[in-house]
Ligand binder design. Structure first.
Ligand code: C2E
Ligand code: CA
Ligand code: CA
Ligand code: CA
Length: 276
């Protein structure tokens, strides 16, 4: 390979500098946003493909600013590479409990799924925080589900298994997010206390164009059925996808076809319409 010229190296280093300082700026801005209560949660329904009802919602973090919403991927990765993710997920738990009290006025047994970063779920302190906060708001653990990515498969197996079991014994369920895109180690799947797996949008996107998406989705649904997990399709956008998913026996679907993630006020109105 061609060696860097002196000038090129400097440009490269400058570029790295810019990235680092942009991320630092974002991190500080995020710290302030958390302290000033500027973040909120949007909600998206998980719709049953069997009876059309919605008894579950996914909470998705939103950060509105003067320049519009900052995408969660951007600020969550910044939070994850610093300790701030713990604070962010504590806010998430608290806000979910608060919002649930409003949602319950419309649908009493709603389950809210939240996305929690794997290192946070591993922490014993966080588990204690979750227990205390649920108690404080009088929320039943069965009303909370935690979505985790497949990266749990490559963590310290003993630790993650112990922690997930603590949550499960307390009454909180787990869902595996973006299933099929990550580490593809099915080895531990049957050992972990999992209730649900979510078929990644990339498979759903390919359902109508080629048969691969349909085939792979049905393989994932077979795995789910075998282990007694619920199956949820994510990123469902068309009636064709809904029909194909029903055909292969998927339990739930989530996506713009049914409802985009929306504010607490809007999701309450949607739930009222959908379930009454
Ligand atoms: P995810 O958990 O896989 O969430 C699904 C993403 O797909 C969401 O993006 C949602 O708005 C979007 N989506 C839902 N239906 C459709 C559809 O029909 N079409 C398309 N094109 N997109 C759809 P969002 O809200 O931007 O969140 C991105 C990611 O950020 C999430 O992916 C999740 O990994 C992460 N995230 C969001 N909130 C939190 C949080 O509170 N904590 C943590 N740790 N991560 C979060
Ligand atoms: Ca998710
Ligand atoms: Ca997902
Ligand atoms: Ca994702």
């Amino acid at each position: 390979a061609k060696a860097f010229q002196r000038g090129e190296l400097v440009t490269y280093a400058d570029h790295l500098d810019e990235i680092v300082s942009a991320r630092l700026k974002l991190l500080n801005k995020l710290k302030n946003a958390i302290h000033n209560n500027e973040l909120c949660l949007y909600y998206q329904p998980k719709v049953s493909l069997v009876n059309g009802r919605t008894d579950g919602l996914e909470a998705l973090m939103r950060w509105p600013t003067d320049d519009g919403f900052i995408p969660p991927q951007d600020f969550i990765s910044v939070a994850e590479s610093s300790g701030l993710i713990f604070e962010l997920e504590r806010f998430l738990i608290r806000q979910t409990c608060r919002d649930l009290k409003e949602i319950e006025k419309i649908c009493p047994d709603t389950v809210i799924a939240i996305n929690v970063s794997v290192p946070v779920v591993e922490s014993e302190d966080f588990f204690e925080y979750v227990k205390d906060t649920l108690k404080e708001y009088n929320v039943r653990p069965e009303q909370l589900m935690i979505e985790l990515t497949e990266s749990i498969m490559i963590r310290n197996h003993k630790l993650i298994n112990k922690r997930l079991n603590q949550y499960r014994n307390f009454g909180i369920q787990f869902s595996i997010d973006d299933f099929g895109t990550g580490y593809n180690s099915l080895t531990y799947l049957h050992n972990l206390p999992i209730a649900q797996i979510k078929i990644d949008k990339s498979f759903i996107d390919n359902m109508t164009q080629s048969n691969n998406g349909t085939f792979l989705s049905s393989v994932i649904i077979s795995i789910a059925n075998h282990f007694n997990f619920e199956s949820v399709a994510e990123g469902v956008e068309t009636a064709e996808q809904v029909a194909a998913l029903k055909h292969i026996g998927c339990n739930y679907a989530q996506g713009y076809y049914f409802c985009k993630p929306c504010s607490l006020e809007d999701i309450c109105a949607w739930m009222h319409q959908a379930n009454h």
